[in-house]
Design a protein around this ligand. Structure first.
Ligand code: GLY
Length: 367
């Protein structure tokens, strides 16, 4: 809890209201600004930026284009951006071609959050709808609810004019059938063998994960974000992860910044990870520092929590993947991931100079 503020000492929130939010950097302690310059090359070239997981090169480029050329609000730009991945049948973790649940049904989770209105919408466990992020945006804009799940979410989408689409592809059907054929008797407990396909140490295990998060900052300083996923591969039917949960798979505060998560959703849920990242930025962390802080918190929780004990490696490090992404209102951005070989983990960024991949910080580097 923060201390009550003295009338003579304005809070950062009050100052931002008074002098304009773009001036955030000038309120950061000098030590933080110095650390920023030393540690983080991640600064947008202009006032517009979108960042996402590594599978979002096209998504971030589209989000920035839409903010610049069509003046789209950041949340809508992010929703449209991730739509490219939702309709890509080759991404096994999002939308069409996402890996199904135990029963071979593709169920999608998605949420979006709008900074200026501090409003959000989400759909969980929705079936047969190609663009769950767009449905989440309709929940936000057209209702006073935040979360719709299962058949209710699908009915709402149909009412809104979305069409039914088969999301299981030939490729994912084959992968699911192979998983089914090799399924062990009790595979619902840790360790589930999460696999980050980019990490050779985790390769060959049973359950790939993915997801796309996109956080966007518009030229007027407004923020928005979106996360969309098919969730944990071969999950128990009905499972939702962090992606449709505000504060877990995404969060934004228009005065501070925006953040999101990909990877083991249960860890982002139990830590309130994306909310924590934004709150750390409020306290003065750079985005990268804030992401590392949240990962450290997850590690501590894993060390002392019974739930996570079987998921710890012998050396005490968590044996599951989790990555946070963050953009601060002043255009600084960053990302950190739980584990991996240094230099091998990347996130996507686009700004007025174009799009590129940049390197994630790693909390627990592997050899
Ligand atoms: N982060 C995606 C999920 O766990 O469902």
């Amino acid at each position: 809890m923060s201390k009550p503020s003295s009338p003579k000492m304005p809070t950062r929130r009050r100052l931002l209201k008074t002098v304009g939010a773009g001036a955030l950097a000038s309120f950061l302690p000098a030590s933080v600004i110095a650390t920023e310059k030393k540690d983080s090359p991640h600064r947008a070239s202009g006032k517009t930026v979108a960042i996402s997981s590594g599978n979002g090169m096209g998504a971030t480029a589209l989000a920035v284009k839409l903010m610049l050329e069509q003046k789209l609000r950041p949340v809508s730009a992010a929703v449209q951006g991730v739509g490219l991945v939702e309709k890509d049948p080759n991404d096994l973790s999002v939308g069409l071609g996402g890996l199904p649940d135990e029963n071979g049904r593709v169920t999608l989770d998605s949420a979006c959050m709008d900074g200026p209105t501090h409003n959000a919408g989400s759909v969980g466990c929705i079936q047969d709808i190609l663009h769950p992020a767009q449905v989440a945006e309709r929940v936000m804009d057209c209702t006073d609810h935040i979360n719709l799940v299962g058949p209710g979410a699908k009915n709402f989408a149909l009412e809104q004019g979305f069409k039914e689409t088969e999301l299981l592809t030939e490729r994912t059907r084959k992968i699911w059938q192979k998983w089914l054929a090799n399924r062990t008797e009790d595979d619902r407990l840790w360790p589930l063998g999460d696999v980050n396909p980019a990490d050779p140490i985790l390769q060959g295990e049973a359950r790939p994960w993915g997801t796309i998060h996109c956080s966007a900052l518009a030229p007027d300083g407004s923020l928005g974000c979106c996360t969309t996923t098919s969730g944990l591969a071969f999950k128990i039917p009905g499972r939702i992860g962090d992606s449709p949960l505000i504060g877990c798979g995404l969060y934004c505060d228009n005065e501070i910044g925006s953040a999101g998560a990909t990877g083991r959703g249960e860890a982002a849920i139990l830590s309130g990870g994306s909310w924590l990242v934004v709150e750390r930025m409020r306290a003065g962390d750079t985005p990268t520092q804030a992401c590392l802080y949240a990962l450290r918190r997850v590690t501590e929780q894993a060390e002392r929590g019974a739930r996570w004990q079987p998921a710890l490696w012998k050396d005490g490090r968590p044996g599951f993947g989790l990555t946070f992404y963050a953009v601060r209102k002043d255009g600084l951005y960053g990302s950190a991931t739980m584990l991996g070989k240094p230099g091998t983990q990347h996130f996507a960024v686009a700004d007025e100079q174009g799009s590129r991949k940049e390197t994630c910080s790693i909390l627990h580097p592997t050899g």
